[in-house]
Write a new protein. Structure first.
Length: 645
DNA sequence: ACCTGTA
């Protein structure tokens, strides 16, 4: 082996040490799994010679090694042709380039695939379209990144290697695009993509709003781009700009993350426009991958419009496993009026922050969701005053507080999400910008103020806690105005009324005997509001009417809002309600549920994968049972050919 | 004048 190395150019000599290193790592890890020790011998040449793609000798060695491994795998492992469930096996079976897999197993230390990953990776590697229904926080990002990156390498084997791939990158030959509904999510995906591509020649770029377009263009023109992770607005901006020199004439994969969200009003038009700048799928064959937590009418339409016949439907929502919203305990707090909300949050935060022993000592880390930006801003400001700047020796001392919403600069947003991500204990006052997909570790509480717009929103927000097997709890704080609608809109949720807090029960509009502790909290809250910029209060007042657009009894709404201004903010005269309040609101149609699922089934003949990852079989929705008569093993081995590197 | 998503 080393005689071969000596023949290589001097410039590559530094690879020798890394080769030695990776061999060593490999050897140690294999010793621990006796069944795999035998694989060490044929395995080594593949890794050791990864810089010599050009040599025919390399190909022979690699092919022989792959063959030997595959045979060994078939000898050793019992289900030899089932779906791959270990990342390591993706390389051993020649399905994914070792440079990609090694990063995942060695640097990222990932071993076993999650359910979503098993299903999407096995399926999508073959090139078919996949519509995956999966909860957030289940690792679906890797589920789509691995197959699209691997398929890029298939199309252009030089991309498998770092040195050769880099030289060939161009800005006008993007091979795959991932679209996400928020900037933060796009960035989170881009970070992961860059990580797993670090051993390959695949160049990843991220295009989101709020950043300097020029700088991004220059970087992309200089470095090129194979995989673009983007938000709709900026992507449209770049593709439609004739001077950007960024194009995707050979686009082979399009991924829509949070597809249900991307199909909502506002986004959908933009996506349609973007598609006009992408090559016609009839001319350039394109793989479509969609990820969606729910199947509503919009998603069905998307499926009908863009998925190619014969696409796969991977239902990764396990029926026997409780969904997020059943697994996480949820408490419902009904307050007397809007004026009770802020002091109630104060009471709750104090209680949770000061009693970590009730959570096995886990520090309090909460996201507090509001329905409008202005409410987020106000709550953040009020808490800052309440806590005396979160300094030590104050009741909320030790907490770090952040606010995040779209009216913040992108710099501010990044600072907030990074800050909260790395904080051991803290509060994040947030709009729905973080409701989906964002991964903040160790969130102990998700507190929602006011009824969320949709049940879907409620579930997504709730999903920010209880991640990675950790515990968490949800709190929903509502006023009597929302009581009825909560019962209707959130009837599926196991909300349990909570009576443990004092402040919510206090009628602040009448004088009476109030528990001393509650009185103190209310007093400090009102006092804090008096030190808030009046314009901020006005904004929040107007924002409230926006959040309550759905609420038809406008007189009661105005009355309740006035109480807030009077007793919660100590204003002598409440601000005027916005004129639009008297315009009247429109109702909205529902969707989703069982009917939508059936519609998806009818939309195409599909294979439905529904069983546990470890023992994957095909089970089917009745109508398509006959069409999908082939077992999963055939499907995986038949469509996805074994690759050699 | 509810949230996201280009300037």
């Amino acid at each position: 082996m080393f005689s071969a190395l000596r023949r290589c150019p001097a410039s590559l000599s530094r690879n020798v040490s890394s080769v030695a290193l990776s061999s060593r790592v490999l050897r140690t890890s294999l010793v621990q799994t006796p069944s795999a020790v035998r694989l060490a011998v044929p395995r080594l040449p593949v890794i050791a010679t990864q810089a010599f793609h050009q040599s025919a000798k390399w190909y022979q060695t690699a092919e022989a090694a792959a063959e030997a491994e595959a045979e060994a795998v078939e000898d050793e492992y019992e289900p030899n042709n089932g779906p791959v469930t270990k990342f390591k096996d993706l390389a051993l079976r020649g399905l994914v380039h070792p440079n990609l897999v090694n990063t995942i197993t060695n640097s990222m230390k990932l071993e076993t695939m999650t359910d979503v990953q098993t299903r999407t990776i096995n399926e999508a590697l073959s090139g078919v379209d996949v519509m995956a229904q999966a909860k957030t926080g289940t690792g679906k990002t890797l589920g789509f990144l691995i197959p699209i990156i691997q398929r890029m390498i298939d199309a252009d084997p030089q991309l498998g290697d770092r040195v050769h791939g880099y030289k060939r990158a161009r800005p006008d030959d993007i091979r795959a695009i991932v679209i996400s509904p928020t900037r933060e999510l796009a960035e989170q995906i881009a970070v992961e993509a860059k990580k797993i591509c670090s051993g390959t020649g695949v160049i990843v770029q991220c295009a989101v709003g709020g950043t300097q377009k020029r700088a991004m263009l220059q970087k992309t023109q200089r470095e090129g781009c194979h995989l673009m992770i983007a938000t709709p607005g900026r992507l449209m901006d770049i593709l439609s700009d004739p001077y950007s020199r960024i194009e995707a004439p050979h686009l082979t994969a399009l991924v829509m993350d949070e597809a249900d969200r991307l199909m909502e009003q506002g986004f959908q038009e933009e996506i349609d426009k973007i598609k006009t700048f992408l090559p016609d799928p009839d001319q350039v064959e394109r793989q479509n991958l969609m990820f969606s937590a729910t199947l509503n009418k919009n998603v069905v339409r998307l499926v009908k419009d863009t998925m190619r016949p014969g696409f796969h439907f991977a239902k990764c929502v396990n029926e026997d496993e409780a969904p997020t919203h059943d697994r996480i305990p949820q408490k419902l707090v009904e307050v007397v009026g809007f004026e009770n909300i802020m002091p109630t949050l104060y009471e709750l935060a104090l209680k949770m922050h000061l009693n970590p022993q009730e959570r096995n000592g886990r520090p309090f880390k909460a996201i507090i969701y509001f329905n409008s930006t202005s409410e987020v801003k106000l709550a953040a400001s009020v808490f800052y005053k309440l806590s005396g700047g979160f300094k030590r020796n104050t009741p909320l001392g030790g907490l770090k507080a952040f606010e995040i919403h779209s009216k913040l600069s992108q710099q501010g947003r990044t600072r907030a999400s990074e800050g909260f991500r790395f904080a051991t204990s803290g509060l994040l006052f947030s709009s729905d910008v973080t409701a989906r997909g964002m991964d903040f570790p160790n969130v102990t509480h998700v507190i929602q103020v006011g009824l969320p717009r949709e049940a879907e929103t409620y579930v997504h927000r709730l999903g920010r806690t209880g991640r990675a097997g950790k515990e968490g709890e949800g709190w929903l704080i509502i006023t009597p105005l929302e009581r009825h609608e909560v019962k209707r809109r959130l009837r599926e949720m196991p909300l349990v009324k909570d009576e443990s807090l004092e402040v919510p029960k206090v009628d602040m509009s009448v004088s009476g005997v109030i528990p001393e502790e509650a009185a103190k909290l209310i007093e400090s809250s009102v006092e804090a509001h008096q030190r808030i910029n009046p314009e901020e209060l006005q904004d929040a007042f107007r924002g409230l009417f926006g959040s309550f657009q759905w609420y038809s009894d406008k007189n009661r709404l105005i009355e309740s809002a006035n109480r807030l201004a009077e007793f919660g903010w100590a204003m002598s005269t409440p601000p005027p309600p916005p004129a639009s309040v008297f315009g009247g609101g429109r109702g909205r149609g529902g969707g989703g549920g069982r009917g939508a699922l059936e519609a998806v089934v009818e939309a195409a003949e599909m294979v439905v994968l529904e069983t546990a990852a470890a023992d994957l079989e095909v089970s089917m929705i009745d109508e398509v049972a006959e069409a999908a008569a082939w077992p999963i093993s055939t499907l995986t081995n038949g469509i996805a050919p074994r690759r050699t590197f």
